[in-house]
Design a protein around this ligand. Structure first.
Ligand SMILES: [Fe+2]
Length: 388
């Protein structure tokens, strides 16, 4: 996913002779998922993508995780984590994690190292600022409200580009992230009922050629981290084609699905990952039955932990809870959650919600990482017991 794209120069026939101006062959690379049985791209390198000069073990910044004990709904204030200078990869402060997904936050003001995550796809959500994603596929520019999906093992560099640092919610999967299968035809086209389609998806549109030698690349892999020195800069691809590449989609292009009465969260689904989903709550007209209650009913989705990142507008159901811009709520399985006291009554008669939020629902419990403990609002669990 998302769909076929061709950028730069590629030979008319795959796996045939394709020569550089000096007569030597370009180095063809197939990058593909699920052992030649799923999406892939063919990339044409000036230099061998296999040529490494050194490999050393690398120790990434430490992060610990521990179970959500005692089991409580949690409120994390991500902006309390704002630190000094940080890069968008090594500066990530991890908040919530299980064996399927790891969720972090970073306020980044400088470029990351060249980085490859061989353990899974990343989905970055840009809360504020602007970001350039450089990779062998080219450049992808992203702004506030964009999701950027970076496929497993794509060597990339993240560069904050504006006057202000970039704020990123980072969702790292232990597998692949893509549009929900139910939005796609058997051949992968977005269907009419999907809240977004091909026209809303952006990818790199020109080669990015960087000439350099002895280039360091950090690789996170299934058994640790390794620092490689590549003989040549990995951004040496004159052309590529296929279905596998970094892509961006703006939350503002997500077309909300509404109804006479309350619509359940699956209508907000934007992506699926291994044992988790990502949903977008966007400004929308709300329930128009004459007796409707626009905020959600109390609910207990018994098989999921639910994380919600509040990224804009006013989140009506949470008024009075201390939730603010950049907040994350975690409502775990084993706890029934719902609107704050008074919110249901207050919402009656509303015809529009101005809210922007990103939700991650996981099918296995989320542990709390050390940064979550550092920015937690301890009073949140008791806010439903207050009088309206
Ligand atoms: Fe919920």
């Amino acid at each position: 996913m998302p769909y076929y794209r061709s950028v730069g120069e590629v030979p008319r026939k795959r796996h045939t002779q394709f020569r550089q101006p000096d007569g030597s062959l370009y180095a063809e690379e197939l990058m593909g998922q699920e052992g030649f049985s799923s999406d892939s791209s063919l990339l044409y390198h000036r230099y061998a993508p296999t040529a490494i000069l050194a490999a050393d073990e690398f120790t990434p910044p430490a992060s610990t995780r521990s179970p959500n004990l005692p089991l409580k709904p949690r409120h994390l204030r991500t902006h309390k984590l704002d630190a000094g200078s940080a890069d968008p990869v090594l500066g990530r402060q991890y908040l919530l994690a299980n064996d399927d997904v790891r969720i972090g936050y970073v306020l980044a003001d400088r470029p990351s190292p060249l980085f490859r995550d061989a353990t899974g796809d990343h989905c970055l959500y840009i809360e504020a600022g602007t970001l350039r994603v450089e990779s062998p596929f080219g450049v992808l520019d992203a702004v506030a409200g964009d999701y950027v999906v970076i496929p497993t093992s794509t060597i990339h560099r993240l560069v904050p580009t504006g006057d202000q640092p970039v704020r990123l919610l980072t969702i790292e999967a232990a597998g692949h992230i893509g549009p929900p299968k139910r939005y796609l035809s058997v051949r992968g086209q977005f269907l009419e009922h999907s809240p977004y389609c091909e026209r809303d998806v952006r990818g790199p549109d020109a080669p990015l050629l960087v000439d350099d030698e002895e280039v360091e690349v950090l690789v996170r892999h299934r058994r640790g981290w390794t620092r490689y020195v590549y003989a040549n800069h990995p951004f040496d691809v004159v052309g590529w084609d296929g279905h596998l590449y970094p892509w961006a989609f703006s939350i503002h292009d997500f077309e909300p699905i509404t109804g006479r009465i309350h619509q359940p969260p699956p209508v907000h689904q934007t992506f699926q990952g291994p044992n988790f989903v990502i949903c977008s709550f966007v400004p929308r007209k709300v329930d128009y039955h004459p007796d409707s209650i626009p905020v959600p009913y109390n609910h207990h989705n018994v098989d999921s932990d639910e994380m919600l990142f509040y990224t804009g507008g006013n989140y009506e159901a949470r008024r009075g809870s201390g939730i603010e811009q950049g907040s994350i709520s975690l409502h775990p399985s084993g706890f029934t959650h719902g609107p704050q006291p008074g919110a249901a009554e207050r919402s009656i008669g509303a015809d529009y919600f101005d809210e922007l939020a990103v939700m991650v629902d996981t099918f296995r419990p989320l542990d709390l990482c050390d940064a979550a403990r550092a920015c937690e609002d301890d009073g949140y669990a008791w806010t439903w017991a207050r009088r309206a």
